[in-house]
Design a binder for this molecule. Sequence first.
Ligand code: ZN
Length: 240
Amino acid sequence: MLAGQRVEVETPHPRAAAKGIVERLDGRTLESVEAVGKNLLLRFEGGLVLRSHLRMTGRWRVGKKGAARTGRPWLVLRGAEHEAVLWNGPVLELHRGGGRLRRLGPDILAQPPDLDAMLERLRHADQARHVGDAMLDQQLVSGIGNMWKAETLWDARLSPWRPLAEVTDEELRAVLQSAHRLMSGSVGGARPLRRIYRRAGRACPRCGTPIRSHPQGDDARIAYWCATCQAGGGDVAAPA
Ligand SMILES: [Zn+2]
């Protein structure tokens, strides 16, 4: 509805405002809108691409320009007559050029998820990478965020610090299946039950060992794990 128009851009939500999107997109022409799995790719003039992934909670609403609303949406794109409003957009990334985006990994929320294709990508990645780091790489598998990484690995009893080389295909499949099951189960439902995410120092619900946390990967996102029931050999690589 807004494609082809020059749009005004606002990011009322503070977490979205911190991304510098308004500064780079406001006043540009929105050239096209493309859905790839649960990703929405908004291409703007000048080769800028905004990727939004709705996960479980995100919603786009298109309506008349200037309609009343309460709350702070992540993003508002306003054209001549209509506006598109993104609520609860946990993933909102601005990219230059579409090359990297065309290589997005298979979507974990697809029905059914393409586990073979995910496995193939994970096996073509650097096998020295930790499984917890690889799970967040959107070029390998798209759609898994930091919370679901922690909850999924705990569910599958696998340490985030195990190198891919030391994780069998069966284990990887089990992790991906677990991610799909847990994430699909929470779609449209109540707030997901968090077992270990942001619970560092508290007792593991399965074995009582205090949950540990430490930054992981290039983006230094915090990993949470239980060193007792998620050990599985690779835990020697985990920081003390
Ligand atoms: Zn435990």
